[in-house]
Write a protein that binds this ligand. Structure first.
Ligand code: G
Ligand code: G
Ligand code: G
Ligand code: MN
Ligand code: NA
Length: 260
């Protein structure tokens, strides 16, 4: 359709850009990582959201080049904030499951790291299991390949999709991100049983993450009440509008300085 046609040109026309959202320690709110989030400024339709165009890119085969552009651009930005004195702030980049099925994914990541000069340990790749990835050999090769480089892996949107607790054991992830649908129902006008359920669920995630030595990040934290609940449940990392929205690179250094 129209968007698919236009997306083919968006990259070369420079219509894509990145924003960066801090992931913070709680309760002190210090940024430890910035998650790159891609945006598309369409010449007619204005801002198109990634939930709309990423699936299109996945369907029409553009996700490989789009994903490569995101990684390259995000690493360049990370090089700049590292040079500006925020070398301890890592970079998180979202990766489509389809990218992991590409034969040369890990080589591509290694090449982009080399070009940027950002150390592998400063990079975290966020993987969502929107499709069932179990038993896919190429995915294991890609995952092992980036791990061998020293890159970290996060399991995104945890608690939704195909990823289950048992996946934490067979994927070499160091970080698990609790999906914001659970955080949303922790407080506010939510049925009592549902609220009790999400509390129990998050407490269980905290326990499992602790046992497996994983970092746990709560996503979509919007209110101090949610933050208080999460901290009481044992969460030590959070991301959301309460701390900072996704920011254009031009605003990053000011935000990092204010938050550090
Ligand atoms: O930033 P926003 O809430 O609009 O993002 C919506 C969705 O798009 C999220 O699920 C996010 O993971 C995904 N997304 C954002 N940027 C990228 C990207 O660079 N690559 C991939 N594969 N997904 C992304
Ligand atoms: O699926 P993923 O976690 O990669 O995508 C993160 C998305 O969530 C981004 O598009 C970002 O804009 C959005 N987001 C970030 N913080 C919040 C928040 O506090 N509330 C809500 N509703 N969305 C958020
Ligand atoms: O940046 P992103 O497109 O993912 O943001 C999702 C929506 O949330 C957008 O409409 C954005 O303007 C809005 N938004 C960004 N920051 C905040 C915030 O701090 N609080 C709230 N409630 N919405 C925000
Ligand atoms: Mn993510
Ligand atoms: Na998520």
């Amino acid at each position: 359709q129209v968007l698919e046609r236009d997306l083919r040109h968006a990259l070369e026309r420079g219509e894509l850009f990145l924003e960066f959202q801090p992931i913070c320690t709680v309760p002190d709110g210090r940024p430890v990582c910035l998650e790159a989030l891609v945006r598309w400024r369409h010449p007619e339709f204005g801002l198109v959201r990634p939930d709309v165009f990423i699936p299109i890119a996945e369907e029409c085969g553009l996700i490989t080049s789009l994903g490569e552009w995101v990684l390259e651009d995000a690493l360049r930005a990370a090089g700049r904030w590292r040079a500006a004195g925020f070398g301890e702030v890592r970079l998180a980049v979202n990766v489509s499951p389809l990218q992991l099925m590409q034969p040369h994914f890990a080589e591509m990541v290694g090449r982009e790291l080399g070009r940027s000069g950002v150390p592998a340990a400063a990079l975290e790749l966020e993987v969502t299991e929107g499709i069932d990835l179990r038993g896919r050999l190429q995915v294991s090769h890609s995952v092992d390949g980036v791990r061998a480089l020293g890159v970290g892996l996060s399991l995104d949107d945890f608690g939704t999709g195909f990823a289950s607790l048992s996946r934490l054991n067979d994927l070499p992830v160091g970080v698990v991100k609790i999906d914001r649908v659970f955080v949303m129902d922790l407080t506010g006008d939510v049925e009592r049983t549902r609220r009790r359920y999400v509390r129990t669920l998050i407490a269980a995630m905290v326990a499992v993450a602790g046992t497996l030595g994983l970092d746990l990040v709560a996503e979509g934290v919007e209110t101090p009440e949610q933050a208080r609940e999460l901290i009481a449940l044992g969460c030590t990392r959070a991301q959301g509008f309460l701390y900072a929205p996704p920011l254009p690179e031009a605003e990053l250094l000011t935000a990092l300085t204010r938050m550090t």
